[in-house]
Design a protein around this ligand. Structure first.
Ligand code: ADP
Ligand code: ZN
Length: 725
């Protein structure tokens, strides 16, 4: 069959074009999934050979077909990955090309085997020593990298290093770009599992051996040892020579995970995330495609890697909203992971202490198999949660922490224990205004206030990154010394702790301060060494950490998440507080959690304080059922945007004028989006609510395909949206 394929249909990397047909020249061998070079006018574009029957295209007569130019030196994309690409494009109303591009996510990898020249010290000294050469020699001890990378490490110019090469102090080494990774050993350090853990691990190992699609919801309280437990089926997959994909939400904080992985398997896993260097990217991609990479730990984009021989997928902290991609193809990695497992015919484990309602519902209806780890490993108790009603226990003027909370921190300080204050707001204050004229600092590109960052003395927009220096005088009325900070961010809370407890060593843990793996590692080491007494942090510190001396968690504003009014606000607050509470009392000492709130009676807060998870999920389930919200009904949103307000508005009205009229489907809008201006674009929104029986995607695709727009208009479709801004 392959030999007779002299006419092929290709999915080409150009969203404006449909599939194109080409002739396969004599001597060239292609099959579905082959990555090929296609002529297009005078240019060459990349394409993927696809089954013609799955990609309707135009029937160009054979004599008009142009020859394919070449086949790229990578294995053909597997049928399972091709089906995943089709499903993702179809479900999320995206173009096939934009999804396929996520699979070919390393340009370098497509070029085939290669080597690069790296340099390392020889031990020899240059004839003439200069201060810069001296610096370089000291800094580069034990390093091996390209000249440019070494210059970055040593903080000297590339010229200085070339001088050292000429003098024989640095020597070149040829390195294979795609050299294999250290081997992970399934039996390197197998832990003694508790009985509960053993039962769960056995079930999962069976599923790995069965090598068929099996979705699991691993529901285990914080500290129950979910990681230790799912390491076992991973080991089982490795023993069988199969690959494993582990998806984690916050790649910045995988340091802790990587460390545990190495202790268990004796080698580091392959990591995959958006800020990999291009050389690391190609090495990972090619090793995944060849089947040599054993375990990939990655952010959501790792889902589209070309695994040769996948045996298991694990999604840890599966409830996390950061699994939802919010630009480009708006997919939810948790759901796509289940589909990948389906197409690959392998088990998939969704692990969480606070599963998404959608996942629990799938377990209840028998689609997912639920596995429970109901208690903490080693008998540690779950922390006791109490509320502080801020309307009664008011903090002092200009303060945000109630006395009871500060007393709690002080007690821990006296005992040499640690406390964590959680507030999901970076910076010093979320709003700055002029006391004299009322002027408020707003982002020029977004419908958002600028956030004061006192460490860097800047006002910043958290949506687009716009920054400006904090001025001395009000830009509106010119009055000096009149600017006041409104509301607290983590920096302000840290200041308050430092002021009220001057002996406390306080650390602000946010994406501003823990912005690299090495900084994250240093932070962990400092906490473990007892060099930090109080951590003030955002959601970055709510998960993954295991600090035995941390016995108090204070939630500065438990109501914060409830303000936005979006449909998952209650669930998100519950998950966030439960996660951060799970950081307390993980060692032998019991933990305590204090929630500051103005609404102790709200069902989320009451359920948290009572430790009654089931009551919360039941109330939430009923509310969603009533509202026709997921998982009982479906939502979609359409955002129409342009740099010109009028253009965006007109396009939205035109779309509104063509709205379909379908039973069981309600379309709201167009209306200005809550973030009516975002990164310089004006935005209008439709919200669509449908019953489960409605063919939502097909209707939206048909609806939008009928209308043309000016080039400056962008239309974004979001199926199962998480963000309602
Ligand atoms: P979870 O992810 O469920 O919150 P972890 O996997 O982080 O829990 O486990 C909590 C702590 O207990 C970790 O320090 C882990 O190393 C330890 N632990 C869990 N199970 C075992 C085990 N079987 N043997 C030794 N230590 C364990
Ligand atoms: Zn902005």
């Amino acid at each position: 069959m392959i030999a007779s394929m002299n006419r092929v249909r290709c999915l080409v990397f150009n969203a404006a074009l449909g599939p194109l047909d080409y002739k396969v020249p004599d001597g060239m061998v292609v099959e579905p999934g082959s990555v090929v070079e296609c002529p297009l006018g005078p240019r060459t574009i990349i394409g993927i050979v696809w089954e013609a029957e799955r990609l309707p295209g135009s029937e160009v007569p054979a004599e008009k077909l142009r020859n394919l130019r070449g086949v790229l030196p990578v294995p053909p994309l597997s049928a399972a990955l091709r089906r995943l690409i089709e499903w993702t494009a179809d479900y999320y109303v995206a173009s096939l090309a934009s999804v396929a591009r996520m699979a070919l996510s390393s340009g370098g990898a497509l070029k085939g085997p290669a080597s690069i020249t790296e340099y390392r010290l020889t031990g020899g000294l240059p004839e003439r020593m200069t201060p810069q050469r001296q610096t370089a020699l000291e800094a580069l001890e034990g390093e091996q990298a390209t000249i440019r990378e070494l210059a970055g490490i040593a903080g000297v110019s590339e010229g200085v290093l070339r001088g050292l090469v000429n003098q024989g102090a640095l020597e070149p080494v040829q390195v294979d770009c795609d050299r294999p990774y250290d081997a992970a050993r399934p039996d390197f350090a197998q832990p003694e599992l508790s009985e509960d853990q053993r039962d769960v691990a056995d079930r999962l190992c069976d599923a790995v051996r069965a090598k068929s699609f099996a979705p699991f919801l691993l529901d285990g309280v914080t500290g129950s040892g979910k990681t230790e437990t799912y390491f076992e089926p991973m080991a089982e997959a490795l023993r069988r020579g199969r690959q494993v994909l582990v998806l984690l939400p916050e790649i910045a904080l995988t340091e802790n995970f990587l460390h545990r992985f190495e202790e268990r398997f004796g080698a580091k896993p392959v990591v995959w995330h958006s800020s990999l260097k291009s050389t690391e990217r190609r090495r990972a991609w090619r090793n995944v495609a060849s089947g040599e990479a054993q375990v990939v730990v990655g952010a959501r984009s790792a889902l589209f890697l070309p695994f040769a021989n996948l045996g298991l997928i694990v999604v840890d902290e599966a409830h996390e909203i950061s699994f939802k991609q919010e630009d480009g193809v708006r997919y939810n990695a948790r759901d796509v992971a289940v589909m990948r497992a389906h197409f690959e015919q392998v088990p998939v484990v969704l692990a969480s202490a606070t599963p998404a309602l959608e996942s629990l519902q799938m377990a209840e209806s028998g689609v997912y198999e639920k596995l429970d780890l109901p208690s903490r490993f080693g008998g540690a108790e779950l922390p006791c949660i109490a509320t502080i009603d801020l309307t009664e226990e008011k903090p002092g003027a200009g303060q945000w922490l109630a006395h009871r909370l500060v007393d709690g921190i002080e007690e821990r300080l006296a005992r040499g224990e640690q406390s964590l204050l959680f507030l999901n707001r970076r910076g010093y204050a979320p709003l700055t205004l002029c006391r004299n004229c009322g002027f408020r600092f707003q982002c020029p590109n977004c419908s958002a206030w600028l956030v004061e960052h006192r460490f860097t003395r800047k006002l910043a927009c958290h949506h687009c990154g716009h920054e400006t220096k904090q001025p001395e005088t009000c830009p509106e009325c010119g009055e000096p010394d009149c600017l006041v900070a409104c509301g607290p961010g983590v920096e302000r809370i840290a200041d308050e702790v430092a002021e009220r407890l001057p002996d406390a060593r306080v650390f602000v843990a946010t994406s501003d301060t823990l912005n690299s793996p090495s900084r994250a590692a240093e932070f962990i080491a400092q906490v473990e060494a007892g060099a930090i007494d109080v951590i003030v942090g955002t959601q970055l510190v709510t998960k993954g950490f295991h600090f035995p001396e941390l016995t108090l968690v204070g939630v500065v504003d438990a109501d914060l998440g409830l303000e936005g009014g979006d449909l998952r606000a209650g669930e998100r607050t519950y998950q966030q507080v439960a996660q951060v509470a799970g950081r307390a009392g993980r060692g032998e000492k019991p933990g305590e959690v204090l929630l500051q709130t103005r609404h102790p009676e709200a069902s989320v807060i009451a359920a948290l304080a009572a430790g009654d998870r089931d009551a919360f999920y039941e109330a939430e389930t009923e509310a969603r059922r009533h509202a026709g919200a997921p998982p009982f009904g479906r939502w979609a949103s359409i955002i129409v945007s342009s740099e010109e307000d009028a253009e965006a508005r007109e396009a939205a009205q035109k779309i509104g004028g063509h709205r379909p009229h379908v039973d069981d489907l309600v379309i709201l809008g167009p209306a200005p989006a809550p973030m009516a201006l975002l990164r310089g674009r004006y935005r209008y929104r439709f919200l669509i609510n449908a019953r489960r029986n409605v063919q939502l995607q097909a209707i939206i695709r048909q609806w939008l395909s009928e209308i043309d727009h000016p080039a400056g208009v962008r239309i974004g479709v979001d199926i199962d949206p998480y963000s309602f801004v």
